[in-house]
Design a protein around this ligand. Sequence first.
Ligand code: AMP
Ligand code: ZN
Length: 468
Amino acid sequence: MKLFNTMTRKKEEFVPLEEGKVRMYVCGPTVYNLIHIGNARPMIVFDTVRRYFEYKGYDVNFVSNFTDVDDKIIKKAIEEGVSADEISKRYIAECKKDMEGMNIEPATKNPLATEEICGMVEMIQQLIDKGYAYEKNGTVYFRTRQFKEYGKLSHKNLDDLRSGNRTLLVSGEDEKEDPLDFVLWKPKKEGEPAWESPWSDGRPGWHIECSVMSKKYLGEQIDIHAGGEDLVFPHHENEIAQSEAANGKPFAKYWMHNAFLNIDNHKMSKSLGNFRTVREISEQYDLQVLRFFMLSAHYRSPLNFSADLMEASRNGLERIVNAAENLKYLSGNAKTADMSREETEALAKTEEYVKAFEAAMDDDFNTADAIASVFDLVKYCNTTAGEDSSAAYAKGLLEVLERLCNVLGLIVVKETEMLDEDIEALIEERQAARKAKNFARADEIRDELAARGIILEDTREGVKWKRA
Ligand code: AMP
Ligand code: ZN
């Protein structure tokens, strides 16, 4: 499995730090508004990366933060006359609704910056003690000159940057030792949320949040750190400087960045008036269509959002869903149950499509090619399954199709409510498994039922169940 590492600018074989495990951190949104479709791109892309690792049998610890203390949040709170906390809580809840619509798996953990201030104060102090940071009038800065590898991720020429930045220095920042030094802690202004620290009542800089939250929930070294390409510099460069200076070891092994989403070939921006939120799109399309659209391009290629491409995505997704629904219908209405010898062979042939799908995903998550192999499989399903197929054959094809679509996070068969008799049959099977001391199977059945909204209760009178 190969992935492109921004640090080395090469596709590299993925070798986890710990066998069978992936520790992954994705920089999340700043929550002061509904998320826009640009923000949705990293969400969908890195959720798909995670799903593919899971498909490959990895245990993925997936951490993605919400930046809930920031100038933009404070500005919005002042405009509305409410607290910053109210703004961030509101937009975290809204963001989670959009994420559910896009079928993003909930993260293992979504840390909030405001709940991790203690850890940030601790890391800043550590950086000061080691000579990597200094305080001036209540503000703490990172001393970039001290971190010899500064610039290694963005491959920037620091001398050019320094001379460029010197002329850009804004007033109040002339106390910095070097124009590339950046803020770790800043004192509060009137009316701003603030926390106590040894340097001033104030709040952390943005970059330190991610270094601290990543360390707390994933450890000092992680496998993958990801985000949009605008984060390479300065955000990720600064995260590396902070984490490696404080911990004394390499931070992330692989750095992944998605390219930008444009609209009608223009950069999306408020001033151009072409800014689209995920919520607006959801009024026009099922968000599955947006997901399909995002995955129809490679994540490192710029992607252009347009009405035409969304229509094409809607049609593409429909073709897959129709094939899946047809297979479901055939499996429920077949004349024969078991597969013939020919069908067994025909089902085995789907392995080719699975292999092509995996080869595409193994090549730096080439979802565009992966979708092409799903279409090939759809064609195969449509031509080889029909009224004369056995239930097992139609079901077998559907399972393969669903398995691949699930990696892409595309729901192709809507779950129908389970029938009482099916639930009871599974409960009986669970009881039998327990009697036979096959607890793994018994737990699996409980989980399967739970996933479909059925809750079991073991009572003296036997097992009772209810719908959640
Ligand atoms: P922000 O809230 O601006 O920090 O952005 C959250 C995430 O969305 C970051 O990973 C950004 O890189 C990403 N992002 C923002 N705008 C776009 C865009 N137009 N296309 C792709 N990714 C974006
Ligand atoms: Zn970050």
